[in-house]
Design a protein around this ligand. Structure first.
Ligand code: TXA
Ligand code: MG
Length: 346
């Protein structure tokens, strides 16, 4: 490789080089509108295996296959039911991943041996051009180490994966900031496997939506493990109003001080602006106007920022579980593996 490992996606020559790398069986990180993906040629099993190795991803967790046009699904799915067509027409290109029975062309390593494959058409122009130039679909999980916070900028990818990828295409900060919504298409409607950029309310305008209620890591939804998207710093979600938490917080800090001989160094991940925050060493505000879309787009970046500060803990404020707020809360709950601050310190 004789070009910079991170190179600009604004330059068409760089996208061409990245496509060549993929054609030779390389692994390239690339921008999408949701988060950065770690891509390999979906029809090259050996290259796809490298994606699992680089990410340290367990082999039971299947990848999403990315296409640059709607026709490409013909090669990937056995059949394209009318409901799938309608969803593709409404939400593609965009943050919606559809799961349907796969053809024999899709290697088993991509789907972790499942007989279904997850497909989406991303919206980012660099991603679309890369897939088009490769002339094959790209299998790609998020470009972070397995279990860690997802990357929403090229520098996040570099920090996480360093020299292990063949190249990183820089397409700027991701617009949506949380991953795509993953739905399984069934005869009588949709099963929401992972909330994401397309909201449950948007899907419900098209078909009935059931929220997946099976076991995490089950064969139906292998990637839904309880702890995910997690920073290294102990991470807790506030399950009460911030003002109520503050009333009891002094006591909590005193208890910590007695136990450890010093007050805790705490970071706060706030949905909106907060006035009085002396307890916290650092506060990250997701959206000054408490806009859920803006909060989604800044979420992972804010978590990563706090995670770099060597804090004793990060406390995250809950957001309303409506619209894209459902995806934000899903990520917060998984990042905390279900731990609330009350459960640990009070
Ligand atoms: O926005 C996104 O979806 C990003 C960008 C890069 O496209 N990708 C992403 O991939 O988030 P990943 O691998 O981090 O998450 C994919 C999710 C996992 O929860 C996985 O288990 C699920 O999709 N999945 C993939 N194939 C599946 C299948 N056949 N059946 C059920 N779930 C599947
Ligand atoms: Mg991921």
């Amino acid at each position: 490789m004789n070009f910079a490992r991170v190179f600009s996606g604004n330059n068409p020559d760089n996208i061409k080089k990245a496509a060549e790398l993929l054609r030779e069986g390389g692994v390239v990180a690339f921008p999408t509108e949701t988060v950065y993906g770690l891509g390999a040629d979906a029809f090259n099993s050996k290259a796809v295996c490298r994606v699992f190795e680089i990410k340290k991803r367990p082999s039971f967790d299947p990848l999403i296959v990315h296409v640059c046009d709607k026709d490409s699904v013909q090669k990937l799915w056995k059949q394209v039911p009318p409901l799938a067509k309608q969803l593709m027409d409404t939400f593609w290109p965009g943050p919606l991943t559809l799961v349907l029975p796969k053809t024999d062309l899709v290697p088993d390593v991509v789907t972790s041996g499942l007989d279904t494959v997850a497909v989406r058409m991303p919206k980012h122009p660099v991603a679309l051009k890369l897939i088009e130039l490769l002339a094959n679909p790209i299998a790609a999980p998020s470009a972070n180490l397995f279990g860690y916070t997802s990357p929403t900028s090229a520098s996040h990818v570099k920090e996480d994966l360093g020299a292990s990828v063949d190249a990183v295409l820089d397409g700027g900060d991701c617009e949506v900031g949380v991953e795509s919504t993953v739905v399984k298409i069934e005869k009588d409607g949709l099963v929401l496997l992972r909330p994401g950029g397309i909201t449950k309310e948007q899907l419900e305008k098209i078909a009935p939506v059931k929220i997946f209620s099976g076991q995490a890591s089950s064969p139906e939804s292998p990637g839904l493990i309880e702890s995910h998207y997690a920073p290294w710093t102990p991470f807790f979600v506030l399950d009460k109003k911030f003002e109520i938490f503050l009333k009891g917080a002094e006591k909590m800090v005193q208890a910590y001080q007695i136990q450890k001989g010093r007050p805790p160094r705490m970071g706060f991940l706030a949905f909106g602006p907060k006035a009085d925050m002396p307890l916290f060493e650092s506060v990250e505000v997701l959206s000054a106007k408490e806009d859920l879309y803006e909060a989604a787009s800044t979420l992972f970046q804010a978590i990563r920022k706090l995670d770099k500060m060597n804090l004793d803990m990060i406390i995250a404020e809950s957001v309303p579980e409506k619209g894209i707020g459902l995806a934000i809360m899903d990520r917060l709950k998984r990042a905390s593996a279900g731990k609330t601050i009350e459960g640990v310190l009070c």
